[in-house]
Design a protein around this ligand. Structure first.
Ligand code: BDP
Length: 706
């Protein structure tokens, strides 16, 4: 509070420039280094584009605006008083300047959306095979300049790894956001289509700048109202805003819509009337949105309707929608996050058991969208066995950007590290091409943005949105590169700032895993909202809703046996991959309790027994947050006061909550095993009962109940 007051007074008296985070990584402020600026102006004195299209126009406008800010000049179309060398954007075969260059230089096929950047005879060239490539090239060039990189020998080809790079909003039509921690939904459905918020444009721009080319604007727990005429007009207005930025709009499809909206008696996918209803609906959509992307569907999961109600398979359900979309070029993204209403099994196994037999049974325009882990976006999860089990089905990897299980709106957790681990996991260690990023054909990310002025609420949440985009374009980019680039674009290029922010983000992910769920503990969050610890919870309606089910701690042992002696889930992986997890003595410690039920007294490779190791890891997590705070505080003089104080306050909350997690979890497990805490760990501040009794019904992001 004192800090805040101080900041308000400071900005009032010295006129400090407002840095409220709205501009994200696209700040484009004047480059302070005059030598560098002069160098840039020499090859970027104007912007000339010979391509005429909506998207090419966006590319040109963005470049002019961005370069204008970075270089402090007004950029026109032709050489002029600022210089004779400029930026040329052009499509191969259609631009004389580009053809000039191609006479002596070989540029490989760029495909749709790819681009080549080159420095040539003092000019800068953005070459593409379609206008979308020009747009991505323009943003890349702007970012290179914002980071102060040398352009003298620029000669680089970029092509997206995937055609599908899609943000998923879990936004409801009433503007609440399921698992949203950054305010309300940015989509103001009530005022659409007449009121177009500038935020929609800025949103599209931010996505395009990192390569995202699709967005599902509605929640997977879907509302059929979105298919009513007036809502389709609203959706079309959004699609019109996104189009110039190369972004396609998608909607979630509630499987029972033909009944709810169409008045039919069934939603059976094999019923001719149902098929006809969807066919007509899809035609209505394409009449308004000619480049509509398609549907995302959550069916027969957590109470959502689906084909199973009619004795039909997921493939039959998905194919029916796919047939309606196919003539228009649309796709169905069918989610594999399915677990049955039946109790008794291991939830880890369910998606695989349901979908594996369906491999090869889906239409060509169906993609199976699989969450990174078999359970549910846990802080650290082994990858889903399905990625290696569906060779005849195009797959989408679903990542979560919003941090439902990772500290939600207040904790800083650089998710790029988690994404990197997932994408590079090699599921076929004995052959080539088995990394998760090689097994999928696209990436979807559950968005973390809302009406918060800085979009993501937590300032560092911006880095997660940015990371998702970068990785969806180029999944082999290292987390470190992403952190560095984001930091430079967000806080400027001063090396100490870039280094420390990078370091902070690098330790933030292991920190979170340590203070929440070390050694493979999982799903031990509080009920419903998942905010805070709740490993003791064991009174919910079905077994697998209870945290207790996932660790089953007794006086002697802890963990979930998923080997052949337990649920057998481990056998769902390719044998060469499963091998690393099979033997508790050799299983990587971070996944031990995911696969094994072991005694607290088990001796680990480092000589500690399991209980001691768990205690030390909880403590290490808290210590790592201390380190993060120190690093951030050391940057006080280098960061504008508004963002500095903003992030510092969240780090304070994170520090408190890290200790809360440690104390509550260790108290609970100690109450079960009666083993003394390691002496390095402080005695928990309060009684276990006081942690158990905590009640916070209004924590944000909870699923609304109508
Ligand atoms: C879980 C969330 C729930 C989502 C569900 C999903 O708790 O709100 O609806 O995932 O992905 O993580 O469908």
């Amino acid at each position: 509070m004192r800090n805040l007051l101080f900041f308000i007074i400071l900005s009032a008296s010295f006129g400090v420039k407002a840095e409220d985070g709205y501009r994200l990584w696209l700040r484009h402020d004047l480059i302070e280094d005059t030598d560098l600026r002069t160098k840039y102006v020499k090859s970027a004195a104007f912007v000339h584009c010979e391509e005429v299209s909506l998207v090419a126009e966006t590319a040109t406008r963005e470049l002019r605006k961005g370069l204008g800010g970075l270089l402090g000049i007004t950029l026109f179309d032709e050489p002029g008083k600022q210089g004779d060398q400029g930026v040329y954007l052009g499509i191969r075969g259609k631009s004389s300047r580009i053809e000039d260059f191609l006479k002596d230089n070989n540029v490989p096929d760029l495909g749709s959306e790819g681009y080549h950047l080159a420095a040539d005879e003092g000019d800068l060239l953005i070459i593409a095979d379609d206008d979308k490539g020009l747009l991505y090239g323009a943003f890349d060039l702007l970012q290179m300049m914002s980071r102060g990189e040398s352009l003298a020998t620029l000669n680089r080809t970029e092509r997206p790894a995937y055609e599908h790079r899609i943000l998923n909003h879990w936004d409801n039509l009433d503007r609440t956001v399921e698992r949203g921690y950054a305010g309300f939904s940015i989509w103001n459905w009530h005022q659409l289509p007449d009121f177009i918020d500038q935020r929609y444009v800025d949103y599209a721009r931010a996505n395009a700048s990192v390569g995202i080319n699709g967005t599902v604007v509605t929640n997977v727990n879907a509302n059929s109202l979105v298919f009513r005429d007036d809502y389709l007009d609203k959706a079309a207005a959004l699609a019109d805003v996104f189009r110039p930025y190369g972004i396609k709009l998608y909607l979630t499809a509630r499987f029972s819509s033909p009944m709810e909206l169409g008045g039919l008696e069934t939603a059976d996918p094999l019923d001719p009337e149902v098929m006809a209803w969807w066919k007509d609906k899809v035609e209505e959509i394409y009449a308004r949105i000619p480049d509509f992307g398609g549907f995302l569907v959550k069916a027969n999961s957590e109470g959502q309707p689906g084909p199973r109600e009619y004795g039909r398979s997921h493939a039959e359900g998905a194919n029916m929608l796919a047939d309606a979309l196919e003539p228009h070029g649309g796709i169905v993204m069918w989610r594999a996050f399915v677990y049955t209403d039946k109790e008794g099994g291991d939830r880890f196994r369910e998606a695989y058991d349901e979908f594996r037999p369906l491999d090869g049974k889906f239409r060509k325009n169906v993609m199976l969208q699989i969450k990174n882990g078999p359970i549910d976006f846990q802080p650290r999860e082994p990858v889903s066995p399905l990625f290696a089990a569906m060779p005849r089905t195009p797959l989408l990897l679903e990542l979560q950007i919003t941090k439902e299980y990772l500290g939600q709106g207040t904790h800083t957790v650089g998710l790029a590290s988690m994404y990197e681990e997932i994408l590079t996991t090699d599921m076929h260690p004995e052959q080539a091409g088995g990394k998760v990023h090689e097994l999928v054909s696209g990436i979807a990310g559950v968005s973390n943005i809302g009406t918060a002025r800085n979009w993501t609420g937590n300032l560092f949440g911006q880095a997660d949105w940015y990371a998702f985009g970068r990785l969806s374009w180029s999944p082999e980019t290292s987390a470190r590169t992403i952190f560095r680039d984001w930091s430079a674009l967000t806080f400027g290029t001063k090396p100490t700032v870039v280094d420390r922010v990078t370091q902070m983000l690098t330790i933030s992910y292991p920190a979170c895993v340590n203070y929440m769920t070390p050694m493979g503990l999982h799903h031990i969050m509080a009920t419903g909202h998942h905010y805070g610890p709740g490993p003791w919870v064991n009174d919910l309606g079905r077994d697998d809703w209870n945290p207790y089910y996932y660790h089953w701690a007794t006086k002697d042992s802890v963990g979930f046996d998923r080997t052949a002696t337990g649920s057998g889930a481990l056998s769902q992986y390719p044998p060469a991959f499963a091998k690393q997890y099979e033997d508790p003595d050799n299983c990587p410690p971070e996944f031990l309790l995911w696969f094994h039920r072991v005694p607290w007294s088990m001796t680990l490779a480092n000589g500690n027994d399991l209980w001691r190791e768990i205690g030390l890891r909880y403590q290490r997590g808290v210590d790592q947050v201390d380190e993060m705070q120190k690093m951030w505080n050391s940057l006080k003089a280098d960061i504008d006061p508004e963002r500095f104080v903003y992030a510092a306050q969240h780090l304070n909350i994170q520090r408190k909550e890290a200790a809360w997690w440690r104390d509550a979890c260790l108290s609970y497990f100690h109450s079960v095993n009666a083993r003394p805490l390691p002496h390095e760990v402080p005695v928990p501040a309060r009684s276990l009962q006081s942690y158990v009794d905590e009640f916070y019904p209004y924590s944000p992001g909870i699923r609304p109940r109508w």
